[in-house]
Design a protein around this ligand. Structure first.
Ligand SMILES: [Zn+2]
Length: 649
């Protein structure tokens, strides 16, 4: 009460007279909005360290599969039984698991169908299908048989939650048993499907069994829907797979064929053994032999079961047809194979040569190919990758076939070995792969990059036209018309720019990029892990580049504003006024031409822009400066080259 009375008394005092002069203006109040401020990344932990390494507490789940599947070529139905041994290496007790049911994208009214017009590349052209799940049971717990306990499930679009009958503690495992079937779509989102050739149906089979979703330290269960444009994110494990097909069919699949005596003829086995030791392509089933009875083992049932084993892979896929031409070669113990119908582009006769070059090139340059085989199959799918096997369009030939083959096989490194989340970060597999493809192509064709033709310089046209989005976008949030630009071309051009013109030291870059692959092989890196690992190994803070190139659509525009001279007792000093009106700063390569006809090349580091986007380069030259040019080699994707040159009036 007393306090209130005093306040009221104070308020009733007459107002003080205003001060004779206004108060001084407050000083500017700003934060660090510079393009050079540190990129905000998740706080480092002992799981994912500040150095970009997986830390001592890093953990990862594991899923080992046994799949028994058969293909009915009359109805195009695949029927499968599957056991998944799921190992919980996380510190968490799990009471439910999530599985990916990608075939459900073909259900009527699926989310993917709503996003993609019927005839779009990643749609099913009106096909309606999806999984029928017969049952999901727990078969074993902690390695002990528990007698088929049925598990309750809930399907949410292309993912399914299975309730565990008992919680799964850390360090323990559970084995699930599933039975399922689905009809193979003819057009399976350009990732799988079938096509009828004169010799019969050719099947390319992928996303063909319920797959465990990834549970990781970053997001828990990764339950992104399969919508079409985004690919996959899967755990590593070992697979034991049998595929039963009509006797006339030849199968190619992820893994090592375990029963060649049952499914191959003695001639084919001998030719494969010869191919494994051959640098050049050896026919296993020659074009003249395709479809003939002697190419299949004699006698027995009307079907044959092909048995495969694959270790440390995140997925398996396969193809089958009665009319494959089959050839092969070897590289360093890896069996390189191609299977294609006689109607494929004649250029497919070089597929194994392209594939062998690709596996050899990437192995020698970045990281040794770890799997026993690499297979290229021609069929309806234009270009799609799975562990050890890729599908490339049968109409492709010559440079087009080389390009798609070396691209799809490059995916063996990203994301098959370095297992990033393709649905969330497509640039980490498509972009990195497109980057390594550049050098595979240059090496195969003994080509070099001419002035102004580098991928980085070519990117300038797309950037100037605004055909750009931030590559950090999740796959299905990218404008389909810009997907190639944003998630393939731009990240590849960015790494090329970094390697050749920002770092300007290919040895230092290659050491860092190899280190990233080595650190994250068979693991699940995030963008932060990549950025940190590269900075750690390169010895550079590249926050400004990662932000402008991968998180934003900032453009590069470097300019020479003017040139002035100053005379004093020490002589004539030339002052070159430079500007960087684009939001993405860059180092500056300057070529200064003097009146005596000589030129001088100067490199200014990116740090010249630390204080703002204007910089004065000041020097004494031997003669008058008559011309100044930024980036005469056209190495940087500068969107406005017309302001790059100053000529003395
Ligand atoms: Zn790709």
């Amino acid at each position: 009460m007393l306090t209130l009375a005093l306040v009221l008394a104070a308020l009733q005092q007459p107002a003080a007279t205003p001060p004779p002069t206004p108060a001084p203006a407050l000083p500017p109040q700003v934060g660090d909005t510079s393009p050079f401020r540190r990129l905000a990344l998740p706080t480092p932990t002992l799981l994912r360290e500040g150095s970009g390494r997986a830390g001592p507490r890093y953990w990862q789940q594991r899923a080992d599969y046994t799949i028994r599947a058969s293909l009915d070529t009359a109805t195009h139905v695949i029927t499968g039984r599957e056991t998944i041994r799921y190992s919980n290496n996380s510190p968490d007790t799990l009471t439910y698991l999530w599985l990916q049911l990608d075939q459900n994208i073909y259900r009527a009214n699926s989310r993917g169908a709503a996003l993609n017009p019927t005839d779009a590349r990643f749609a099913g052209q009106g096909f309606e299908g999806g999984y029928t799940i017969e049952y999901v049971r727990a078969l074993q717990r902690f390695g002990q048989a528990i007698g088929r306990a049925p598990l309750a499930t809930t399907v949410n679009g292309t993912v399914m939650r299975a309730e565990l009958d008992r919680p799964l503690p850390p360090g323990q495992n559970v084995t699930l048993e599933l039975a399922y079937r689905f009809e193979v779509p003819e057009h399976g989102s350009d990732r799988m499907g079938r096509e009828r050739f004169p010799g019969g149906w050719l099947y390319e089979i992928a996303q063909w069994y319920p797959r465990l979703a990834v549970y990781d330290d970053v997001r828990g269960w990764n339950t992104e829907q399969y919508l079409g444009q985004g690919e996959f994110y899967l755990e590593y494990g070992d697979f034991d797979v049998t595929i039963t097909v009509p006797r006339s069919f030849v199968v190619a699949a992820t893994g090592t064929l375990l029963n060649p005596l049952e499914v191959l003829t003695p001639t084919e086995r001998a030719r494969l053994a010869q191919a494994l030791k051959s640098d050049t392509t050896v026919a296993v089933i020659a074009k003249t032999e395709v479809g003939q009875a002697f190419t299949r083992p004699v006698g027995g049932a009307p079907t044959r079961t092909w048995h495969y084993s694959a270790k440390s892979v995140r997925d398996v896929a396969w193809a089958a047809a009665p009319n494959f031409i089959w050839d092969a070669s070897g590289y360093n113990g890896v069996l390189i194979q191609s299977l294609y119908p006689p109607e494929a582009n004649a250029g497919w006769a070089r597929s194994t040569e392209y594939a062998r070059h690709s596996i050899k090139h990437y192995s020698e340059k970045w990281f040794r190919y770890p799997y026993p085989t690499a297979i290229n199959v021609a069929g309806p799918v234009g270009g799609m990758e799975y562990p050890m096997i890729v599908f490339c369009g049968h109409r492709a030939g010559d440079r087009g076939l080389f390009g798609v083959t070396t691209h799809e096989l490059g995916h063996q490194w990203f994301p098959m070995v370095v297992g990033s989340n393709e649905r969330l970060y497509p640039w980490m597999d498509e972009g990195f792969n497109s980057f390594i493809n550049i050098y595979s192509g240059l090496a195969f064709y003994h080509d070099t990059v001419g002035p102004g033709r580098s991928p980085a310089a070519q990117w300038a046209r797309a950037a100037a036209a605004g055909r750009d989005q931030p590559p950090i976008l999740a796959a299905d949030r990218v404008n389909p018309a810009l997907l190639g630009n944003v998630e393939y071309f731009k990240p590849a051009a960015g790494l090329y720019l970094l390697r050749h013109h920002i770092i300007d030291d290919t040895t230092r870059f290659d050491r860092a990029f190899r280190e990233y692959i080595r650190r994250w092989a068979y693991k699940h890196p995030t963008p932060a892990d990549f950025f940190r690992s590269m900075e750690d190994a390169l010895g550079e803070d590249l926050s400004w580049f990662w932000r402008g190139w991968f998180y934003r659509t900032d453009v590069i525009d470097l300019a020479v504003d003017s040139v002035r001279v100053r005379q004093d007792s020490t002589g004539t000093t030339t002052r070159i006024f430079l500007a960087s009106p684009g939001a993405l700063p860059m180092p500056v390569d300057l070529r200064v031409t003097l009146a005596n006809g000589s030129t001088e090349d100067v490199r200014l580091p990116v740090e010249i822009w630390w204080l703002g986007n204007h910089y004065v380069y000041e020097r004494k030259f031997a003669a008058d400066v008559v011309k100044v040019e930024i980036d005469p080699g056209q190495n940087f994707p500068d969107v406005r080259r017309e302001n790059n040159v100053w000529t003395k009036p």
